[in-house]
Design a protein around this ligand. Sequence first.
Ligand SMILES: NC(=O)c1ccc[n+]([C@@H]2O[C@H](COP(=O)([O-])OP(=O)(O)OC[C@H]3O[C@@H](n4cnc5c(N)ncnc54)[C@H](O)[C@@H]3O)[C@@H](O)[C@H]2O)c1
Length: 441
Amino acid sequence: MSLIDPVAPSLPQVMAETAAQPKHHVVAVVGLGYVGLPTALGCHAAGMSVIGVDVSGERVREILDGTPDLLEPDLCRLELARNDTGRFAVVGDAAAIAKAECILICVPTPIDDRQTPNLAPLTKACEAVVAHARAGQVLVLTSTTYVGCTRDLLVDPLAARGLMAGQEVHICFAPERIDPANTNVAMTEVTKVVGGVTEACAMAAVPFLGALANRLHLVSSPEAAEMTKLLENTFRAVNITLANEFADVARIMSLNPIEVIDAAGTKPYGFMPFYPGPGVGGHCIPCDPHYLLWQLREARMYPSVISAAMQGIAMRPARIVQRAAEVLEMAGRPLRGSRVLVVGVSYKPNIADTRESPALEVIGGLRARGARVSIYDPVAGSVQLNQEVLHSLPCPPPPGDHDLVVVTCRHDGVSEAAITDADLILDATYSLPEAGNRFVP
Ligand SMILES: NC(=O)c1ccc[n+]([C@@H]2O[C@H](COP(=O)([O-])OP(=O)(O)OC[C@H]3O[C@@H](n4cnc5c(N)ncnc54)[C@H](O)[C@@H]3O)[C@@H](O)[C@H]2O)c1
C-alpha cells in the first residue's frame, strides 16, 4: 500500500499557483447536494472553473437563486461563485461534463425501506458520466458505496467504450468525509483518501483533490478506499450503539453516563468518546454499514457485531417512545391522549437536514400510541412525515401546554430555559442539567 503525502499543497498555495497558471483547471461536480455543492464551491475557491450538474431542476434553481441550506462560510462562497459566471455554471444536462478535465461524482447512495442499498441514483449518474466521458479525463467517485462499485460502474463500462483506466482516462475512488455543520474543521483540513485503479490514476487526481484537501492519503486501489469509508462509518455505528447501551446500563445503576464517558475520555490513548442519543440520522451512519452487510450476504457472511450495531441503531427511536410512556406513567398519565412536544427534529444540531432523523420515528411512534404530538424546531422549521408536513410551533410554548417534552436534538439558538421549565422532560440528548423533572432514556 503506498502511503501519503508527497503532499498536496495547502489551499492558499493552490490558489496562488492556480492564479499564476495561464489555464484554469475545469472540474465538473455531478450531484450538488449536501456534499457536492460545498465540494463545487471548494473547487471554485481554489481557482478552478466549475461545472455543477444536478438532475433536480429545483436544486439547480435553488443554487442559482443563492438559497440552499448552507453554513454561512459556504453561503459567502456561493455568492462569490454566482457572481463569477465565467468560472461557475450549474446545469441539469450531464453532457456538460465533456468540457471538464476532472469529474467528481457526489450523488446520493441511500437505502430503501428494507435497508437494501438503492443504487439507482448512482447507477444513473455513472451511466451519464460514462456516456459523455472522453479521453484525457480524470474521474473520481466520491459517493459512499459498496466495495467494487467504482470498477462496476465506471472502470468496466468506460473500458467497453475503449477508454481504459490508467491509459485513456484516469479513475479513482476518494470518499467524501464532510461533517455537515462542523465549523471547527475546514474541509481542507480533512485528509482525502484516494484509491486509483493504477498509480497513474491516483497521481492524475492529485492536482484536483489536492486543491480540496491539504493532505492526500493514497491507498492501493479503489476498493481499499471504498472499504475505508465503510469502516469509518461502521466504526461510528458500533460505538454509538455501545454508548446507547452503556447509557441504559448507567441509568439502571443510577449513574450519569456522560460523567462516566467524559471521565473515560481523559485517557490519552485507547479510548475515543462516543455519546448516547435518540438514534442516528443523515445519510451516513444509518445507511452505509448496510452497504457492507448487503454485499456480504452474497458471501453468506453475517458479521455479528456490525449487525447488532445496526439493529441497536434501528431500535433506538422505539426505545425513546417506550421511555416517554414510562416517564408519563410515573407521573400517573397514559401516553395515549397526552400532549407531547418534540424539541429538535433535525438529525443533528444546527442544520435543517431531517433525512433519516430519529425524531421522525419518535414522532411516528408517539402518535401510533395515541399521543398528541407538536414539534418545536426553529432551524428545520418543518418535517415531512409520510405524506404529512408537520410545522414547528413559532416559539417555545409555555410550560403547562404539554404533559411531556421529548428533546431529540438541540440547536444552539434554542434556550435551555425554554425546555427545562416543562413539567416533565425526556432528554434523549443527555445534555440538559440534571433536575427532578428531567429523565433520560
Ligand atoms: N451528507 C453527508 O453528511 C455525507 C458525508 C459524507 C459522505 N456522504 C456521501 O456523499 C454522497 C452524497 O450525499 P449527499 O448528502 O450530498 O446527498 P444529497 O441527497 O444531499 O445530494 C445529492 C444530489 O445529487 C443529485 N442527483 C441525484 N442523482 C443525480 C444524477 N443522476 N445526476 C446528477 N445529480 C444527481 C440530487 O438531485 C441531489 O441534489 C452519498 O454517497 C453520501 O453517503 C454524505
